[in-house]
Design a protein around this ligand. Sequence first.
Ligand code: MLT
Ligand code: MN
Length: 311
Amino acid sequence: MRVLVLGSAAGGGSPQWNCNCAVSQAVRTSTNGVRPRTQSSLAVSSDGENWFLLNASPDLGEQIKANPALHPKQGTLRHSPIQGVILTNGDVDHVAGLLVLRESQPLVVYGSQRVLGFLATNSIFNVLNPDYVRRQPLVLGEPTPVASHDGKHDGLMIEAFAVPGKIALWLEDTSKGGDFGTEEGDTIALRVWVDGAEDQALYYIPGCAAMDDSLAQRLKGAPLVFFDGTLWQDDEMVKAGLGTKTGARMGHMSQSGDKGTLAAFQDLDVKRKILIHINTTNPILLTDSPERRHVEQQGWEVAYDGMEVAL
Ligand code: MLT
Ligand code: MN
């Protein structure tokens, strides 16, 4: 399986358009090699020819331009190696890129029943002409062969399963209490592998509010996990004067602290751990920060746009 990191930042990207935090500034001034990052998404392929996107970020147009593997094949007037998109939630930074994929190209959009239901109620997504784009709900906990619009399965398998999380910001209902109406399926993780190589699966979990026992059991010994890297510290946006929300309020666990991501993975024996969906306020994006050193010492990699992984 080939994996391309199309984007590695959380919603807003890095630099974020209206942000002057240390990281956004460092990117703009090219200080110490701090890289620009687009909003998070992976492309995965079993054969290097046909690709599926894990989430469709608002930066998808730019991401396709930057990745020749996703360009139309030479010699055909209309073509895309992109066969479909698999959604992990309904957040703007994960679904807005669907709008970039209009233009009557055959595609399949996979997602939980919940998230596809929300997209169905929002008519802007009708730009994905149903004559060309099939929306296919994933049954949670069930291994599913990923197929292109013509039904061709090229070996890629996925299993979606629910993880602790929160309903998308634009769907929050304050009348429904502290969880804003969150239900199972609002945030899912993806296990992705190629038929016959189930022991070489990757996990894609760009949003996760907590490491519960069931998730820890699943991840134990995993070869490769891309995990929610939004914040270093739960209140870092509040402390920096950039907002009122903590990571917990947004449905993201943070790297530091007793219940943080670094501690939660300590005994899981995951072979390769990569932080993705990283907010522009997160000091791990500064190449020379103590936080960056710390996560690397703990065996983590910090995803960057253009990173490639083979499994
Ligand atoms: C998140 O990751 O929490 C969301 O992308 C936030 C948002 O939709 O702005
Ligand atoms: Mn996000």
